[in-house]
Unconditional design. Structure first.
Length: 362
């Protein structure tokens, strides 16, 4: 049974300079896209009552609230379904948020990135810091009780002190959830061919990340996943489903899904998607070893880590025997700890997690 849905809304007014996600400024195609998207949903959805429904992008808030309501209406949801919409704050109004709430949306994920207006302009964001503050406060006025802010650290000319000020402003706003992403310049984004100067190096990025952990933990945010912090009761249930290695539907251009042991990705071209919106390129996980490796990779992203009992039962292995060498190595170095039959990264372990995980996957 698959009880979680991701819907990709691929429209943006313009691409941010760091962005390599699949998004397009072709808003004239919105009506045709929504028609194809509905066909895909009706073709693939099996009518389970959803635990989570997530609108990501792109910029989902470029849709009218009535269009989001039309999409949510295609699914079986109840009062417990977590329904998240990502939004950019520059054009969001009180009326729009009221309409979203009436459509059943109960969680907002706001792209803030930084409260430094000069940096916002440099990275291609259309909003200002005041827009973020206005939208957060407006969300509270309209009755939203679950608001998340996204931040990027490692921006050009950013300092640890500057990032600390960003986080303290978010704390002062009282948001329930905060996501942090280190700047990565990947092929396909503007910065890849126009490399900015004065980028913080890896050591400075690490200092920013460790500072964030200190600030957010001391202000009541639980560090529940490498990049995510939340007040008690406000963990993202949708994202936890990914990290628990459970199934989910992915609908829309470039969306990814995981159903019946198949990880699939959708078409990324409008014309192709309009012709066959339910065509997926899938990849079966052929062996138990591949499935086990995914379980380890995703499980270690959670700060609660890997449950030895659970993984032994699920895969009929002796986890501590199978991975004795790598566990011994990183327990001794202090990058991994064991607590109550669970192995998890320390803060220093997170900083070199890719190196450590590669040794589990050899």
């Amino acid at each position: 049974m698959t009880e979680n849905v991701y819907i990709h809304i691929p429209f943006c007014r313009q691409k941010c300079r760091y962005c390599s996600f699949v998004s397009y400024p072709e808003l004239d195609k919105k009506e045709q896209y929504l028609s194809a998207l509905k066909k895909e949903i009706k073709h693939g959805y099996r009518h389970e009552v959803l635990k989570t429904l997530y609108f990501g992008g792109g910029t989902p808030s470029l849709l009218r609230a009535s269009e989001i309501a039309d999409l949510t209406g295609l699914f079986c949801i109840d009062k417990n379904t977590e329904i998240t919409v990502e939004l950019n704050p520059e054009a969001v109004t009180f009326e729009y948020l009221c309409e979203l709430k009436s459509a059943g949306v109960n969680r907002l994920s706001i792209g803030c990135q930084t409260f430094d207006d000069e940096k916002l302009a440099f990275i291609g964001r259309k909003h200002t810091s005041e827009d973020v503050i206005r939208v957060v406060n407006t969300a509270y006025k309209t009755g939203f009780e679950n608001v998340s802010l996204d931040f990027i650290y490692g921006l050009p000319q950013q300092t640890v002190g500057g990032f600390e000020r960003d986080l303290l402003k978010a704390v002062a706003l009282g948001v329930q959830h905060i996501s942090l992403y280190g700047l990565k310049i990947e092929e396909g984004c503007y910065f890849a061919s126009h490399m900015p100067v004065n980028l913080p190096d890896q050591d400075l990025q690490a200092d920013m990340y460790l500072k964030a952990i200190d600030i957010l933990k001391s202000n009541g945010y639980g560090h529940y996943e490498m990049s995510n912090f939340a007040k008690p009761g406000f963990y993202s249930r949708h994202n936890l489903n990914y990290w628990d290695n459970n199934s989910y539907y992915g609908f829309g251009i470039a969306a990814h899904g995981y159903i019946d042991g198949v990880r699939y990705s959708n078409l990324e071209n409008f014309d192709d998607y309009f012709k066959t919106p339910y065509w997926h390129e899938g990849e079966h996980l052929e062996t138990e070893e591949e499935i086990l490796e995914e379980e380890i990779f995703l499980g270690f992203r959670k700060m609660s880590g890997i449950s030895v009992d659970k993984i032994n039962k699920k895969f009929a292995i002796d986890f501590e025997k199978k991975y004795a060498a790598v566990l011994k190595k990183y327990l001794a170095s202090g990058h991994i700890i064991k607590e109550n039959s669970r192995y998890k990264f320390t803060d220093q372990g997170i900083l070199v997690s890719n190196i450590i995980l590669s040794e589990f996957l050899e």
